[in-house]
Design a protein around this ligand. Structure first.
Ligand SMILES: CC(C)(COP(=O)(O)OP(=O)(O)OC[C@H]1O[C@@H](n2cnc3c(N)ncnc32)[C@H](O)[C@@H]1OP(=O)(O)O)[C@@H](O)C(=O)NCCC(=O)NCCS
Length: 151
């Protein structure tokens, strides 16, 4: 079992985070089009970037975006990025990252977390459903909006 822990993204781990490689066909799902078109609406103060480490190794990355005043729900308490190194996938790193972000959202007073993903082969859809997200809508770009209840 991996010994997972969360670390803030800093100058000392950002390179390792950038070097994480995915499995073939996954890269296109990394940055949903909905998010690419909304980046200018993100409140930088609500950015929550974290690396996931197994011992000394960076094995994953998650970025939360928190903004209780955002007009659109998908910008309020969101998983903005999540990815796990190809060789570490399937061992619970993604679930650990989502649970950590959910804990942070709870601390900030949110009652649900959202995420946007694209469907298709290589999509993270089955992962998000396995960790408790339910599809609650579709974005103007035809992507799924999922929500995880923190109640
Ligand atoms: C999606 C991703 C983060 C999942 O990370 P992971 O560490 O492999 O996931 P975990 O091992 O924690 O899996 C948690 C659960 O999801 C399930 N799951 C994960 N990937 C799955 C897949 N491709 N198909 C079916 N189930 C999957 C696991 O079986 C596990 O279920 P269980 O706990 O009930 O047994 C990883 O595959 C990834 O980095 N993908 C590429 C980037 C990406 O698409 N990011 C999302 C952008 S919106």
């Amino acid at each position: 079992m991996p010994e997972l822990r969360l670390e803030e993204l800093t100058a000392s781990n950002v390179e390792a985070a950038n070097r994480l490689t995915l499995k073939p066909g996954q890269r296109e799902f990394l940055a949903p089009e909905t998010y690419t078109h909304s980046e200018d609406q993100l409140d930088p103060a609500g950015s929550w970037p974290r690396v996931i480490k197994d011992g000394d190794d960076v094995v994953g990355y998650i970025m939360g975006a928190f903004d209780p005043d955002a007009g659109d729900e998908y910008l309020r308490a969101a998983i903005w990025r999540i990815h796990v190194a190809a060789e570490a996938q399937g061992s619970g790193v993604g679930r650990f990252a989502v649970e950590a972000l959910a804990d942070e959202a709870r601390r900030r007073g949110f009652d649900r977390v959202t995420v946007v993903w694209a469907a298709g082969e290589g999509s993270p859809e089955a992962f998000f459903e396995a960790v408790g997200f339910q599809v609650v809508g579709e974005t103007p770009y035809g992507e799924k909006l999922g929500a995880l209840s923190l109640a």
